[in-house]
Ligand binder design. Structure first.
Ligand code: AMP
Length: 508
């Protein structure tokens, strides 16, 4: 099957050729003819399958006829996050270079004024997050009566984030006769109900869910004690991993993303972070810094990383074992792409063994241990004592000390083989990485702030906010972090050492 067999226009075929794509992916081959024929499509596919082009390319063909009017966009694409919306905009710019279309982005965290100007000019394509779209609509700045094609992307993630009531509302605001393209990686009952309500005789296009891992990825387990020992293990792996060029470090919770990021920074590893509580600018800065190589390590949570088109990386580290085995497959799929070699190392503690068993079941493969297995690990006290002894002997940079930081920085630089003095100097205004530890300390945002940062409207309407546990079955731990008390379970070992307290007598 070739792109030229799918019925795409000459202009679009030229853009595809320029992108360097030779053959359509399965979702593209199956969905594009239906979209071009004007049918509703239900696409069951996740990111990484080429689904963005599966709707962008035929939409461009459809948009070649007709013009947009002020305030009345012609097509609407709903995305759950600002990053995904920005990614879709990039796709339109890439494939639609010859089309001279107006593409407008309506996302939280960006000024209303600039966005309004674009809408006023007449948008052929409007890419929006649901909350910001409804804000615009309710302020009377936008009419949805001209929508010819509605795309709902990552619907199951919209569900996770509490956006379904907003989606229902939007579906009722656009004309009944529009064409709807609906994409979801999974089909929980709430999503099925939505498709039954809003899709008209859709063509169902399904791409197999990831349950297997590429054979080019070497997968290993690394035993560790919990708490600070995990961070020490991670640093050791980062220093010693063979062929490490860049790495993504996955944590299960937002708070751990912030802690691990901060710890890596402190030990001189050039790192960025990505988690759901960071504001838009900080998230974009982190992602850009990683994409352009200003930092080599990106610490992130599943939810923040899901759907992002992050370039191929040499290593994936699971700082925490994912509790949903499918997340393991997605995480390690970030490496070893297109036949290249990739490495996935998973840090495992006593508590994780049951999740490892589930992962091995899913991928039909036993993952080997690198170094001692859990039962062969020296007891935690020995490990801590050895580490203290090494620190006293100056084998390791001291925490927070000036000399220590420089040493650590050198180690990180040597390890990743790049000089990033230009990218991460603090005092000279050239900071590239975000500072999520500052985010982690940030107090609860004000109502206005929450709206600005695209908090789901359910929160504003008094419904449970997106990152509170869903009552029935919490889907992801990243979304249900309880507030951390003190240092949580990350108390540094020096604070746990017993000390003698001197009593001082005072004269009464
Ligand atoms: P998506 O699933 O839309 O996020 O796409 C994942 C990645 O696949 C993106 O980096 C696309 O640029 C790339 N891609 C999309 N279609 C093709 C294709 N037909 N051939 C090769 N790469 C593609």
């Amino acid at each position: 099957m070739q792109f030229s067999d799918l019925g795409l226009s000459e202009k679009v075929l030229r853009a595809v050729e320029k992108s360097g794509y030779t053959t359509p992916t399965p979702i593209q081959a199956q969905a594009i003819p239906h979209v071009l024929a004007g049918r509703d499509v239900l696409g069951i596919a996740q990111t990484g399958t080429g689904k963005t082009a599966a709707f962008t390319l035929p939409m461009l063909c459809r948009l070649e006829q007709g013009r947009a009017r002020a305030r009345v966009p012609r097509t609407l694409i709903l995305e759950p996050t600002r990053e995904l919306a920005a990614q879709v905009e990039e796709s339109f710019n890439k494939y639609g270079a010859e089309h001279r279309l107006n593409v407008a982005l309506l996302i939280g965290g960006v000024s209303f004024g600039d966005q309004e100007t674009k809408i006023m000019r007449g948008a052929d394509v409007l890419i929006a997050t649901p909350g910001r779209l409804l804000d615009f609509f309710e302020r009377g700045k936008l009419l949805l009566t001209g929508i010819e094609i509605l795309v709902i992307d990552e619907a199951d993630r919209m569900l996770d984030m509490g956006f379904i009531p907003d989606i229902e509302k939007i579906c009722k605001l656009v004309p009944f006769t529009r064409q709807t393209l609906f994409f979801s990686a999974t089909m929980p009952p709430e999503i099925t109900r939505l498709t039954e309500q809003f899709l008209h005789n859709p063509a169902r296009v399904e791409v197999a869910r990831a349950a297997s891992t590429a054979s080019t990825i070497t997968q290993t387990l690394v035993a560790s004690h919990g708490g600070g020992d995990k961070r020490e293990t991670l640093r050791r792996l980062l220093r010693s991993a063979e062929g490490l060029k860049n790495a993504i470090v996955f944590c299960n919770r937002k708070r751990d993303v912030a802690i691990v990021y901060k710890s890596l920074e402190k030990h001189g590893f050039p790192a960025g972070a990505l988690h759901g509580d960071m504001d838009q600018a900080a998230r974009m800065a982190s992602l850009d810094a990683f994409k352009n190589g200003a930092v080599d390590i990106l610490v992130c949570s599943d939810v923040a990383a899901r759907g992002l088109d992050i370039p191929d990386v040499s290593h994936v580290f699971n700082f925490d074992v994912p509790t949903h085995s499918e997340d393991y497959v997605h995480r390690i799929g970030r490496t070893g792409r297109a036949g290249r070699a990739g490495h996935a190392l998973t840090i495992v503690t006593d508590h994780d063994l049951k999740y490892i068993a589930q992962i091995e079941d899913l991928i039909h493969k036993q993952i080997d241990w690198e170094g001692p297995r859990l039962e062969e690990l020296p007891p935690a006290e020995y490990v801590a004592r050895d580490r203290e002894r090494a620190a006293r002997a100056g084998e390791r940079p001291r925490r927070g000390g000036r000399g220590g930081r420089q040493d650590g920085e050198r180690a990180g630089r040597e390890r990743t083989g790049r000089d990033r003095s230009a990218g991460r100097r603090r005092g000279d205004g050239e900071e590239t990485a975000a500072a999520p530890h500052e985010e982690a300390r940030r107090p609860e945002p004000s109502r206005a702030e929450a709206e600005r940062t695209e908090a789901p409207r359910s929160r504003r309407a008094g419904r449970p906010p997106e990152n509170e546990p869903r009552r029935k079955a919490p889907r992801r731990r990243d979304e249900d972090d309880a507030p951390v008390v003190g240092m949580g379970d990350h108390v540094p070992s020096f604070l746990l050492r017993s000390t003698r307290v001197k009593t001082v007598k005072t004269a009464d």
